[in-house]
Ligand binder design. Structure first.
Ligand code: DC
Length: 215
């Protein structure tokens, strides 16, 4: 029987450090890293570029219908083009995108479309994917689920150190309280509080838990 692809789900609130950790783990395991938040950000950018109000769900769904998504991979990183356009880091973390991504990500039809793309990544060759609903909705059957947390103060500090002005508290509130796939800690996830841990310590902890479960 073929060995199923390795799927590692990493969830957590904004600026918990999960993205940095997930990237390193993917590189250690030699599988692709995907930021699912980047996918929601890319579609949000597209909506804003069209001059659509993100709160106008009907208009957002019209544009969703005609938008083409292309998932790929480059040097171990998942790439995501929207209507053939690859967005820069600056575009994906623009203030307007930060402010509106939670509204767009709360729309069930948007999630349905992007979750299908996310599953295709994992089923192809395995993946380390980070987000908010990876262990709870996208890959509920994987035994490798992690929830990376950090205190609100530490998360605000980390964002400021990156030079990003972003209302983390507001985004967390929308992400946790929405009806469609809210941010939750999956029952079977291993919770790592990274507030006072270095990136290396978190990576080590996650890799050792994966090894234990693979034995
Ligand atoms: O991880 P991030 O900050 O790039 O995520 C951007 C937004 O996308 C976040 O506010 C919530 C949303 N998101 C989501 O709803 N589900 C995911 N799996 C990943 C991100």
């Amino acid at each position: 029987m073929a060995i199923p692809p390795l799927i590692v789900a990493i969830d957590g609130p904004a600026a918990s450090g999960k993205s940095t950790v997930a990237k390193r783990i993917a590189s250690c395991l030699q599988i692709v890293f995907v930021s699912s938040g980047g996918m929601y950000r890319a579609f949000t950018w597209r909506v804003l570029e069209e001059g659509i109000d993100p709160a106008d769900t009907k208009a957002v769904l019209e544009i969703l219908k005609v938008t083409r998504f292309d998932c790929g991979e480059e040097s171990g990183l998942g790439t995501f083009a929207v209507d053939g356009r690859f967005l820069t880091k600056e575009e994906l973390s623009a203030r307007s995108v930060n402010e509106n991504v939670s509204t767009i990500a709360a729309i069930p039809e948007v999630r349905e479309r992007l979750v299908a793309e996310q599953r295709a990544y994992g089923e192809a060759n395995g993946v380390v994917m980070e987000g908010r609903d990876i262990g709870s909705v996208v890959f509920p059957n994987t035994p490798y689920k992690f929830y990376i947390d950090a205190s609100p103060e530490v998360r605000e500090q980390r964002r400021r150190a990156e030079g990003v002005t972003d209302s983390i508290a507001a985004r967390d509130k929308t992400d946790s309280n929405r009806k469609a796939s809210p941010l939750v800690i999956p029952e079977d996830a291993i919770v790592v509080d990274s507030s006072y841990m270095s990136v290396e310590e978190v990576v080590e902890k996650v890799i050792s838990e994966i090894s234990l479960r693979r034995e």
